[in-house]
Ligand binder design. Sequence first.
Ligand SMILES: Nc1ncnc2c1ncn2[C@@H]1O[C@H](COP(=O)(O)OP(=O)(O)OP(=O)(O)O)[C@@H](O)[C@H]1O
Ligand SMILES: [Mg+2]
Length: 258
Amino acid sequence: MISLEVKNLTKVYPGATKALDDVSFQVNPGEGVVLLGHNGSGKSTLFRCITGFEKPTSGSIVIDDTDITKLSRNKLRPIRKKVGMVFQNFNLTYNLSVFQNVLFGALGHSKTAFHTFAPFASQQLREKAMACLERVGLAHLADRRADRLSGGQQQRVAIARMLMQDPEIVLADEPIASLDPVAGREVMDLLLEIVRERGLAVICILHQMDIVLEYGERIIALNAGEMVVNESIEKLDRTFLDSLYAKEESTEKERKVE
Ligand SMILES: Nc1ncnc2c1ncn2[C@@H]1O[C@H](COP(=O)(O)OP(=O)(O)OP(=O)(O)O)[C@@H](O)[C@H]1O
Ligand SMILES: [Mg+2]
């Protein structure tokens, strides 16, 4: 199992927005972290740096003993497939079947995209895709077009696709923000069950405090690109967590509950 270490990570976008400012933290195998912060605080930028889609301005990201910020695109590929993503808007290919969407999760493992298209996929890959769909309770909808599903079902397909990838770290960017409270809770329960049964590390961006308190083990919070909290949930209280969203700045003293 692999761990993730982010060291002194800074990202300045062209035009001089400092999206991340000297951020350092570590996530151990099997650990569940909730990432909090105002809109524009740098959360998605951090995720894009961890998946290698964005080059940081300085600092390092060590996955599996390798600093991925130093890797070429080719060398990045095998590391990138260890990091599974779940998005707010599901990012499915909506005019294709549920089954095909899950098969696309194997893209990082296949020599060519060709081998992930249903008619050409190996028996082994097809069986694995069905097993992933079974895990999220949607095997019976394998042949349905992705756009003919509810939001909650679409997110479960996205989770099945992520499983297809055999990730070791899961990054979930507001996975339930587009879902109603009931579907959102179902998706969170499923996601957490799956990461726990597989011992995966997870970093989840969430905004709903009730859910944060229920599911988070550790909280990392960003404020204007700076990490202002990195603390286990028992050491933080609800009032403090709410205050993170109530105002832009909070002093060091207010941050921790003694
Ligand atoms: N490609 C880009 N080019 C220039 N600036 C960018 C780019 N992407 C993000 N930014 C800026 O970087 C800052 C951090 O953005 P980011 O999307 O990481 O925030 P976030 O915490 O994910 O916000 P939200 O909660 O709204 O999703 C913002 O000021 C944003 O405008
Ligand atoms: Mg974002």
